[in-house]
Structures are given as structure tokens and as C-alpha cells.
Design a protein around this ligand. Structure first.
Ligand SMILES: NC(=O)c1ccc[n+]([C@@H]2O[C@H](COP(=O)([O-])OP(=O)(O)OC[C@H]3O[C@@H](n4cnc5c(N)ncnc54)[C@H](OP(=O)(O)O)[C@@H]3O)[C@@H](O)[C@H]2O)c1
Length: 229
């Protein structure tokens, strides 16, 4: 049994990861920004002894610190930062929601760095910790389409954060990786997306299970292939 923390567990890929890890017998600290509104997570946790729900708004540094005090010094083997937002509908250069860009930067980019900082000692406590950050293929330089300024730039930057963390933590027992979870049938991906959240989450779990320290700094696809930066 390992201890897994999921940030952004209320729905979509984060909810499915919580379900699969709990069913496998792992203990999951499932974090949601608004625990009172996380009905699906609540229902899942009611049917399992393996899920503890905690409040964590990744866009709010104070909330991250409060979650750290609340969770305390306990060991965490795997921390998956799933929480993310698209940044809304106004993402062309001529129709740009600048306030939303700042908000999305807080959630998609700065928040993951602050969560990594807050829970580093918990991952060290594991002796073999894993930090995975969900990014997107839109954050890669190889993505062939333009537009989506807010989403693409905030995801590109969080990929760089993963890379920097892997270098800064090279001497610590923590493997840091970045993941493109696939185009997934969730609220974000839409019903026409290529894979289900079940397929994405099981792929992510398989990748994490196979990681070693030598893999730190890699950018993966959900099926285990290396994603180009
Ligand atoms: N779906 C895809 O096709 C796809 C493709 C590439 C990358 N991704 C990435 O994969 C991750 C998960 O995507 P998804 O498809 O599962 O998205 P989703 O269905 O839209 O769910 C987003 C999750 O992030 C949480 N979240 C948003 N802002 C938060 C905040 N400030 N604090 C804490 N949690 C917050 C949401 O919580 P609330 O319920 O409180 O809003 C929800 O649990 C995201 O980082 C996304 O960018 C998804």
C-alpha cells in the first residue's frame, strides 16, 4: 500500500485516479478546491476506506500552506498535480482576457511550484517519492496549431517547472515528471475526445509505477511514450 496525494480530485482525470488508486488498496489524500461542491468525490469517498478528502485551492498560496499544515509531516509516496484550467474562451491575440491569463498562470503554473515546495519533505519521507505534474501537448513546442495563448503558455511554463525541479532535486529521493494525459473525455476534453478518463488514469498509473530516479525530468504521454518538449 502506498500513499498517494491527488491535487484536483473533484472530477475528470483526478477523480478517476483517486478511484483507481483507492481500488488498488492505496491510501489517497484527495484534494479539492471546494470540498463542499465536490459531490462525485464525496460519493466515492463514502464507499471507500482508502480516501481522505482535503481542501486545497492550487490558485491560492494560502490554501496550499493550510493544506500542508492540515496534512502535516506524513509520508507521501506519489503526488500528482492534476488541477488545471483552460483559461476561458478569450484566447486569441485580438480577444484576450488578460485577467484570466493571470488567474490561469496562478492555477496552471505557479500553484504546482508552490505545491511542490510545500510537500517536498513529505515526498523525501517516502524515500522514493514521485511528483508528477499534468501538463498538455499544447505546452510543447511541437504542437502545430496557433492560438490558445493562455492555456498553451501556462502549460509550457509548468513543463519547465518540472524540468527545473528535477535538476534542483537531483540529490533528493524524488522523481519529478511531467505528463500529457491524452485528449481525454472529461469536462475539459469534451465528449469527442480520443480516450476515456479510465484509460488515461490507468496509463498514468502504469507510467508512475515504472519510474526510477533516472527518469526524473522526463515529459511523458499517458501511454508511456516520451513526449517531445
Ligand atoms: N482532458 C484533456 O483532454 C486534457 C488534455 C491535456 C491536458 N489535460 C490536463 O489534465 C488535467 C486534468 O484535466 P481534466 O480533463 O480532468 O479537467 P477537468 O475535467 O476540467 O477537471 C479539472 C480539475 O481541476 C480542478 N481545479 C481547477 N482549478 C483548481 C484550483 N484552483 N484548485 C484546485 N483544483 C482545481 C477542478 O476542480 P473544480 O471541480 O473545483 O473545478 C477539477 O477537479 C488538467 O491539468 C488539464 O490541463 C487535460
Amino acid at each position: 500500500m502506498s500513499k498517494v496525494m491527488i491535487v484536483g480530485a473533484s472530477r475528470g482525470i483526478g477523480l478517476e485516479l483517486t478511484k483507481q488508486y483507492a481500488e488498488a488498496g492505496d491510501h489517497v489524500i484527495a484534494c479539492a478546491r471546494d470540498t463542499a461542491a465536490a459531490e462525485k468525490l464525496d460519493t466515492l469517498a463514502k464507499g471507500s476506506d482508502h480516501i481522505t478528502i482535503k481542501q486545497l485551492d492550487i490558485g491560492d498560496p494560502k490554501s496550499i500552506e493550510e493544506a500542508r499544515s492540515n496534512i502535516g509531516d506524513s509520508l507521501i509516496d506519489t503526488l500528482i498535480i492534476v488541477a488545471g484550467t483552460t483559461g476561458g474562451q478569450h484566447q486569441t491575440l485580438d480577444d484576450l482576457d488578460i485577467e484570466e491569463w493571470h488567474n490561469t498562470l496562478n492555477i496552471n503554473t505557479i500553484g504546482p511550484a508552490l505545491v511542490a515546495r510545500a510537500f517536498k519533505s513529505n515526498l523525501i519521507e517516502s524515500g522514493n517519492g514521485n511528483l508528477m505534474i499534468l501538463s498538455s501537448q499544447l505546452g510543447a513546442s511541437t504542437w502545430p496549431m496557433g492560438g490558445m495563448y493562455i492555456y498553451s503558455t501556462t502549460k509550457a511554463a509548468v513543463g519547465k517547472i518540472g524540468k527545473i525541479l528535477s535538476l534542483d532535486w537531483a540529490g533528493d529521493p524524488i522523481t519529478v515528471s511531467v505528463m500529457h494525459p491524452g485528449w481525454v473525455q472529461t469536462d475539459m476534453g469534451g465528449p469527442q475526445a480520443e480516450i476515456t478518463s479510465e484509460e488515461s488514469a490507468s496509463g498514468i498509473r502504469k507510467v508512475i509505477a515504472g519510474l526510477t530516479k533516472e527518469d526524473s525530468g522526463n515529459f511523458y504521454k499517458w501511454n508511456g511514450d516520451i513526449h517531445p518538449w
